[in-house]
Design a protein around this ligand. Sequence first.
Ligand SMILES: [Zn+2]
Length: 187
Amino acid sequence: MSTGLPESLDPWRAARSGLLLTGEVALNAFARLSDVIVRSAACTIVVQYQLQFERDRQGRFLLTGRIQTQLPLQCQRCFGVVDVAIDAPVQLALVKTEAAAEALPAALEPLLVNDDAVAPLLVIEDELLLALPIIARHHDDECEPPVAAVIHHSPHIEKIQKSAQSAPNPFAILRTLKSKPIPDDTE
Ligand SMILES: [Zn+2]
């Protein structure tokens, strides 16, 4: 599948020239994400990305930007599909060694570059995986189907059931109506 993104690029050169990558890519293009998302609900969803390679005043090589999408995840309460909106800022510093990574300020996450190559698609996928909620769940009243066990033990429901028993049975009324002779007005 063509994503419109270069499979791999030299990040140092990209930062020197201020390369900006921006566009959309299908959510199903991310192999590792497919284990987490509800695939059947993902086929029409796209990921919007904006990736800016640049150098800051300290001479650091940065990759900044933003990734936005909607991830169809499985609700951990009702097991239905819950759409989780993702809007993840990207604040990465390109480093060659673990020591350089540890020296970074807290606001910057290290992106360890091997062989002077970065795969933009993998960077986007890493950021999406990091942005996943720990537990995906609908809002309290949006789950489906309702949890029957909870309703069964509600004292409020028992009260309703009792009052329903003392009320006249609507089907009894229906029976009376049916047993009435239908007036014959054809003549
Ligand atoms: Zn739910």
